[in-house]
Design a protein around this ligand. Structure first.
Ligand code: SAM
Ligand code: SF4
Ligand code: SF4
Length: 341
């Protein structure tokens, strides 16, 4: 932290550490659990270009988060971040920010053969690539666009060739892709990439989430233990979202993002910037704070930092914890594709 860095704590004593930036609300997939095709159809009102934060605005806000609050990690997401034109240019701008240690991206991977090398050259360190099945028929149905598995595997290979760090995200849904848990574990164990199992979440308002459609961390551990036993490993740092496990045979790790069965709100230190420049302090929030208006009305860095600080200090979010305690009141939530995962 520099002399000008302010350690802000929210109402529950949680610091602001990570920033996730959604660079677009558009996507070339229509995953049933995120942007179901029936709702995100041809007439869906995606944001026009002028509504998106420009790269210059993103660079300014990102560097403010780093300089003023000590944020060291930024993740670019969406929608599909690689649908936004010239992403390597944005990465290059962000990579120049002094004090920013790590830039990562979450992507569905299909555009990585085009961009992986340019992104790496620009300063991207790691990609998390989402893949829910190795079986074509199932994957095509889940992604809603008939995209074959090979397109994502090509993306993973391109990331590997470019020298990017790689993790794989798999959202597991009961009755949809439970059968894929073991094949995915075997495949990525062999490839040497960390696979993270994500519990299906009630993000947004359109994925018809039901508690009984969640395959929990405990279910998955039980299944893995029958064939490829795993044991827990200490987190790399406080507030790490994925719980780490390693294979007994020393052949690598898997992770669990279990926000339903084991909520981690107590250590949640992530701020999210939506594609149109709203600051969200929870994935399940109904609304965000409009930073774009402040940026576009000529406010100084100090004024912007003051606004961010005040939003964070007032933060009380703990939706997943409340959900677990059956205390989460029904609310209209922001869509996942809009603020990113
Ligand atoms: N398009 C990119 C991708 O799919 O990787 C980035 C954005 S996507 C919203 C980020 C992550 O959120 C993905 O790994 C996706 O699988 C996950 N996700 C989306 N909807 C989800 C849900 N309802 N429950 C759990 N994870 C979800
Ligand atoms: Fe697109 Fe990612 Fe959402 Fe799938 S999970 S629809 S790839 S944003
Ligand atoms: Fe953080 Fe909100 Fe998720 Fe809890 S529910 S971990 S506060 S994003």
């Amino acid at each position: 932290m520099t002399a000008h860095t302010e350690q802000v704590l929210d109402q529950k004593g949680r610091p602001l550490r990570d920033l996730r930036i959604s660079v677009t609300d558009r996507c070339n997939f229509r995953c049933t659990y995120c942007m179901p095709a029936e709702i995100f159809g041809p007439d869906y009102p995606f944001l026009p270009k002028g509504e998106l934060l420009s790269f210059e605005e993103l660079e300014r806000l990102a560097s403010l988060f780093v300089k003023a609050f000590g944020v060291e990690k930024i993740r670019l997401t969406g929608g599909e971040p690689l649908m936004r034109k010239d992403m390597p240019d944005l990465v290059e701008k962000l990579a120049r920010i002094p004090g920013l240690r790590d830039i990562a991206m979450t992507t569905n991977g299909v555009l990585l053969p085009v961009y992986a090398e340019k992104l790496k050259k620009a300063g991207l360190k790691r990609v998390t690539i989402s893949l829910d099945s190795l079986e074509d028929a199932r994957f095509k149905a889940i992604n809603g666009r008939g995209i074959p598995v090979s397109k994502v595997l090509d993306g993973i290979e391109a990331a590997k060739q470019a020298g990017l760090g790689i993790k794989i995200n798999m959202v597991v849904q009961k009755g949809v892709n439970e059968k894929d848990i073991l094949p995915m574990a075997r495949y990525f164990k062999e490839k040497g990439h960390i696979l993270r199992f994500i519990e299906f979440m009630d993000v947004g308002n359109s994925n018809e989430w039901k508690r009984n459609a969640v395959v929990t961390k405990a279910d998955i551990i039980g299944l893995l233990n029958e064939e490829v036993p795993i044991e827990p490993v200490d987190p790399n740092y406080k507030g790490e979202v994925a719980e780490r496990y390693r294979y007994f045979d020393g052949s690598g790790e898997v992770g669990f993002i279990s926000s339903v069965s084991d909520a981690f709100c107590g250590t949640c230190n992530r701020a999210r910037l939506s594609a149109k420049g709203e600051l969200f302090t929870c994935l399940f929030a109904s609304s965000g704070f409009d930073l774009r208006s402040l940026v576009r009305s000529g406010k100084s860095d100090q004024e912007l930092a003051g606004a961010i600080s005040s939003v964070w200090r007032n933060r009380t979010d703990q939706y997943s914890l409340d959900r677990a305690l059956s205390k989460a009141a029904p609310r209209k939530k922001v869509e996942m594709s809009y603020i990113g995962g």
